[in-house]
Design a binder for this molecule. Structure first.
Ligand code: GLY
Length: 384
């Protein structure tokens, strides 16, 4: 799949990842990081009201640190990563006591932690945790609309009818639950949600909506929202990638050809919009200035593109591999910090267009960058 010079670049990046993660993992071993403050990992196991951070241990990204540890364990065989992964997985148990704090993001939280642990070590406690999380996710299914409810109410905002494209990354927890238990209910819910997402989120040009509101009593689309992107009808790039890679995962778990075709359609739209620079904006339809960007979208897209390349014929493969290489090389060459000055790898992640902070370190940027690089090598621990 790769030319000799690409292989050389790849092994150099793997060396840099293993060097960096070797010391960062030990420095942050008792934390669950989300971002960096003055180069140092923060800790989302605790609330920080001064920073408007009140989700504490329920914060949706709290599975990625554990996931990074499992990826590193798989790549290096070093047992220290397994021990560190177990620390954050244990911390997440507190979430089960705080029912209100959990949304549909239980997939993001327990796939890279408990499911990973169970897949690698067979730990019974991890399986139990992941099955609890899968049941919570299944319980959010709305039968009339055929969708999984995203968030609990946001202040005054009634979100009973809200689904968001990111959920395509939570439903693999349901596929896993069926694969593990033999009970088809979980997969039925996941496929129904994916089918609804195919028709309600994916636009004819291959771009996707972030938020769709359904009538929670009778079904049917009520409204769409721009969500974390620029505006309604725009094209939030991370949302495009949750869809691209998300439909690919649904294809991998179910074999349903329509999911593959949808993933390819979204991928073609994404590839056509990659700028010459390889730098991905927060929204493909944002104004030219300010030139806000989101490195995390590039990393997630690369993972999805590599997965598509694995299943298409030899004539098609190169389109996806070359696009993934462009994204990853750009990240390595101009959007990474390989020094000891910072605990993060990727710089210039952005959580949302209208948030006040842009161009920060974000843990899932690092997670998906590492996942994409190991995927390219052919040594992916498939956690989704
Ligand atoms: N799942 C929320 C986000 O991507 O920011």
């Amino acid at each position: 799949m790769l030319q000799a010079n690409d292989q050389l670049w790849l092994s150099n990046v793997i060396d840099k990842i293993t060097t960096k993660m070797d010391w960062v993992s030990e420095k942050s071993r008792n934390k669950i990081p989300y971002t960096t403050v003055n180069g140092v990992h923060d800790d989302r196991n605790v609330d920080n009201p001064s920073d408007n951070i009140t989700d504490g241990i329920n914060w949706w990204t709290n599975g990625f640190w554990g996931g990074m540890m499992w990826l590193m364990h798989h790549e290096t065989g070093n047992e220290k990563y397994k021990a560190i992964a177990n620390i954050s997985e244990d911390m997440l148990d507190e979430c089960f006591q705080q029912y209100d704090g959990l949304h549909h993001d239980v997939g993001f939280m327990w796939l890279p932690t408990s499911v990973a642990n169970y897949k690698v070590t067979g730990k019974a406690e991890s399986k139990k945790r992941a099955m609890h999380a899968a049941n919570l996710l299944a319980g959010r299914f709305n039968l009339a609309g055929g969708f999984i409810r995203a968030w609990n109410d946001l202040g005054e905002q009634d979100t009973r009818g809200w689904a968001i494209i990111d959920c395509m990354f939570n439903i693999p927890l349901l596929y896993w639950a069926t694969e593990e238990s033999g009970d088809p209910r979980f997969m039925q819910i996941a496929m129904k949600h994916a089918d609804t997402a195919m028709s309600a989120f994916v636009r004819p040009d291959g771009s996707v909506n972030h938020i769709v509101e359904f009538d929670p009593f009778n079904g049917g689309v009520v409204k769409t929202y721009g969500g974390q992107g620029y505006e309604e009808g725009s094209s939030w790039t991370r949302g495009q990638t949750w869809a691209l890679y998300g439909f690919m995962m649904s294809y991998i778990h179910t074999g349903k050809e329509e999911y593959l075709n949808t993933a390819k359609r979204i991928a073609h739209y994404f590839i056509a919009n990659i700028p010459e620079s390889g730098i991905i904006p927060i929204d493909f339809r944002q104004p030219k200035e300010p030139a806000y960007e989101d490195s995390t979208a590039a990393a997630i897209a690369a993972c999805g593109l590599i997965e598509i390349a694995k299943v298409v014929g030899p004539h098609e493969k190169d389109v996806y591999v070359q696009a993934a290489l462009k994204l990853l090389k750009t990240l390595d060459e101009s959007r990474s910090d390989w020094t000891k000055d910072s605990d993060c790898i990727l710089i210039n992640g952005s959580s949302a267009y209208h948030n006040k902070d842009h161009h920060t370190a974000i843990i899932y940027g690092d997670y998906y960058f590492i996942e994409a690089i190991f995927k390219l090598k052919g040594n992916d621990l498939y956690l989704w």
